[in-house]
Ligand binder design. Structure first.
Ligand SMILES: *Cc1c(COP(=O)(O)O)cnc(C)c1O
Length: 395
């Protein structure tokens, strides 16, 4: 599929179909069993003390969660992966693993809003200071590093506005200062970007999105390299925040088809994004794979695909009319649902709230509408968007 893959490896869809579970380890059944577990029995008292067996208690993993985490390890090239009960928990736990009272963390300004809430709330309460940086900062992040900066958190493309980041340049500077680098890689999945190959230490996924893929599961994964894994595992094992067995099973099930789903999301989304560029009523299309997008060169250099979520900026000169026009657009849609999250089979639209931005400021031309392109037919989705544009025009 891409020049960036090691040709010695099997193809990505082959790996997605077979990784994580060896059928012959469980009577030949193609899928792993769903192990519901708290207690695990020990053969004798001595083993109970030494804990010298593969599984000791449900919170530390089961054959079901291991099937998922080892499949993710194979995709990420990581030392270890933990599975958590939501994507948000997958952001919180690595922050808690990397940071202590008195530390400083650098966070990209185009970050997923609940990550910002974590920094302003829990982390501040625990004596950890956060500074925000421009997504386009690259190696200039040097000027923001402090002696107590322990973590640089990246997210590319950024939430809602899809700002790209020079991940490798940032990682080099962070490492020179003894800080770890985390990345929320939910948009690309490890199919289209492998953070650990670009200097990132900790790769975070809201597996709720493409891996689960059907808008019916909340789950997160965190994958770490050798340097970051021991502290991540230690913190995870102190918290008791672990993914449930049925959700882990269903996410592994989702992974089996993620390659073909993503290929279709990519194709439909690009067709729609290209068709919308230059259309009356649309000021700009924010999609990193479009040549017109400011971060396009970084996307082209580092990524080997694009997924199914992007934004349009409606052309609404008067800021007092932004909300009115955005709501007219959304209310006219018949196929796109109005709802949060994304990565499922169905299309969704939302008026992005960018009021928390301090550096990567919202586009001035008009309201930002985020579109998740599902697996429906492109012609039907285009007709729906045209209905929205026409309603916005006459509102
Ligand atoms: C959705 C999302 C999350 C959180 O995932 P949940 O499973 O909904 O908690 C984290 N990061 C990004 C970039 C997301 O889009």
């Amino acid at each position: 599929m891409s020049k960036k893959q090691n040709p010695g490896h099997k193809g990505i869809n082959t790996r997605l179909a077979h990784s994580g579970h060896d059928p012959h380890s469980f009577f030949g059944f193609v899928n792993p069993p769903v192990v519901h577990a708290s207690t695990v029995l020990f053969p004798d008292a001595a083993t109970m003390v030494s804990r010298d067996q593969k599984y000791v208690y449900g919170t530390y993993g089961t054959p079901t969660t291991d099937a998922l985490t080892s499949a993710i390890d194979e995709l990420e090239g990581s030392e270890g992966t933990i599975a958590l009960p939501s994507g948000l928990a997958a952001v919180v736990v690595p922050f808690m693993a990397a940071l202590s009272a008195g530390d400083h963390v650098l966070v990209v300004d185009s970050v997923y809003t609940p990550t910002r809430n974590l920094c302003a709330g829990l982390l501040a309460r625990f004596g950890i200071e956060t500074s925000y940086y421009d997504p386009s900062i690259g190696a200039d992040i040097e000027s923001l590093m402090r002696p107590n900066t322990r973590l640089v958190h990246t997210e590319a493309p950024g939430s809602n506005t899809f700002d790209m980041q020079d991940i490798r340049a940032i990682a080099e500077v962070a490492h020179a200062h003894g800080a770890l680098v985390s990345m929320d890689n939910t948009w690309a999945t490890p199919l289209y970007f492998k953070p650990l190959d670009h200097g990132v230490d900790i790769s975070i996924h809201a597996a709720t999105k493409y891996p689960a893929g059907h808008s019916d599961i909340l789950i997160g994964t965190v994958s770490a390299n050798k340097a970051a894994w021991p502290a991540l595992w230690k913190t995870y094992s102190m918290l008791g925040i672990c993914a449930a067995p049925d959700d882990a099973y269903m996410t592994l099930r989702g992974l089996r088809t993620m390659g073909i789903r993503l290929a279709r999301h990519q194709e439909s989304t690009l067709a729609i994004a290209r068709a919308l560029e230059g259309m009356p009523g649309i000021a700009r299309v924010l999609h990193p794979a479009l040549e017109s997008f400011p971060g396009h060169d970084l996307w082209k250099r580092d990524f080997c695909g694009s997924s199914g979520i992007f934004s349009i900026v409606l052309d609404v000169a008067n800021p007092d009319h932004h909300q009115l026009k955005a709501h007219a657009f959304l209310d006219a849609l018949e196929i796109f649902g109005l709802g949060y999250s994304w990565g499922g089979y169905e299309s969704l639209a939302v008026h992005a709230n960018l009021s928390d931005r301090t550096i990567a400021l919202p586009p001035r031309e008009g309201p930002v509408i985020r579109l998740q392109i599902g697996l429906e037919d492109v012609a039907d989705l285009m007709a729906d968007i045209e209905r929205g544009l026409s309603a916005a025009r006459s509102a």
